[in-house]
Design a protein around this ligand. Structure first.
Ligand code: NDP
Length: 337
């Protein structure tokens, strides 16, 4: 088996030297186990957090440990009565070509329902994150203005489209003209703003003439700074991700302290700012699979995958994700299905 381990912890921006490719011979299966061949590996921003030895909602990857990650795999050998060779499953096998599992946590996928890679994207964790944040925290009402950043990405593209289904007016923020064109022309967002444009803040303000009722936060940084003054009274701000800050050392001071202004606005405008991790709402996953499946078949929920070939290319692709070089849900094709 081939696998990619964490060779060292990054300081600031990760580099490819933080990863190491290793080969290993797999042991034989015990009773109750299955051998999985990984077909697709999901690359997600949360993996940056797992590279740090810092307190978080999940334990870090150990030095020398296999990088964690969601995967779609084929059962190639089985000593477990619930699985037959040829079954396609969703697993959490990490950055490797093969894995042994006792079957716990595996979910069988039906390749006839949707392309199997979608179990890592639109019909998987990122799609569910969008749905859960909207349904439980944002609660868009018809005619309200919702702004979402990283809007062409796995979570953001689903946030905008589902919010439109719920009747909101949707403004997407994305990096560069191609991503902006895509969310406006193909996904039907009402407006698309490039956060790299010099007059980004002014463009955002004119795209939101009635202010912002919901800001689905995926980014932080300069995008938050532009959004913050436009928040309306009673705005809801699900804090889903802060990718602009993932390479920062949290102990370093950041100069001008925005906190007092933020706290004052929370009070004065009765804002609801609520962090969440999607698994908190895990009991809503069946609803999500049902509704999202229907929206996809009706053509109301579209998705784009950015597929990179070869496990050995995962580190470079992951570094690109942290800089916006991906266009759509980033997935590594580890083996041909
Ligand atoms: P994406 O597919 O959206 O890829 C990440 C994107 O972030 C990049 O393409 C880039 O888009 C944007 N980006 C990166 N750095 C910056 C920056 N400095 N400033 C502005 N934009 C930046 O990833 P996901 O959809 O998987 O994740 C989106 C967010 O959701 C992340 O913050 C992630 O951590 C979070 N998340 C949270 C979950 C939860 O349960 N709370 C679950 C899943 C994801 P662009 O080129 O448009 O700038």
């Amino acid at each position: 088996t081939t696998r990619i381990v964490l060779a060292s912890r990054p300081v600031g921006k990760p580099v490819t030297a933080n990863f190491r490719l290793e080969r290993e011979t797999l042991r034989d299966l015990d009773e109750g186990e299955v051998l999985l061949q990984i077909l697709y590996l999901s690359l997600d921003p949360y993996m940056r957090g797992r590279m740090d030895d810092a307190k978080s909602y999940a334990a870090p990857v150990e030095i020398g440990g296999v990088m964690e990650g969601g995967t779609v795999a084929r059962v190639v050998k089985s000593r477990n009565t619930e699985f037959t060779p040829g079954d396609i499953v969703l697993s959490h096998s990490g950055w490797q070509s093969h894995a042994i599992s006792n079957g716990a946590g595996l979910r069988k996928l039906d390749p006839n329902v949707a392309p199997i890679s979608t179990a890592l994207g639109i019909l998987g964790m990122p799609g569910f994150t969008a749905y859960a944040g909207l349904r439980n925290i944002a609660r868009p009402k018809v005619g309200e203005t919702l702004v979402v950043a990283a809007a062409s990405g796995a979570v953001g593209s689903a946030v905008g489209q589902i919010a439109k289904i719920f009747g909101a007016r949707v403004v997407g923020i994305a990096g560069g003209p191609d991503k902006c064109r895509y969310i406006h022309d193909e996904l039907g967002f009402d407006a698309a703003i490039d956060h790299r444009a010099g007059d980004f803040q002014a463009q955002l303000a004119s795209a939101c003439p009635k202010g912002i009722d919901i800001y689905f936060e995926n980014v932080g940084g300069h995008v938050w700074n532009a959004v913050f003054p436009l928040l309306n009274d009673f705005a809801r701000v699900p804090i889903c991700g802060l990718i602009a800050h993932y390479n920062e050392d949290p102990s370093t001071s950041r100069g001008s302290d925005q906190l007092p202004a933020v706290m004052r606005a929370i009070l004065r405008k009765s804002l609801t700012i609520r962090g969440f991790i999607q698994r908190e709402f895990a009991d809503q996953r069946p609803d999500f699979y049902r509704e999202a499946g229907k929206w996809i078949s009706e053509g109301r929920l579209k998705y784009k995958e950015d597929i990179v070939d070869g496990l050995e290319n995962a580190p470079e692709a992951f570094l690109g994700l942290l800089e916006g070089r991906n266009f759509g849900k980033l997935v590594v094709r580890v083996a041909q299905s």
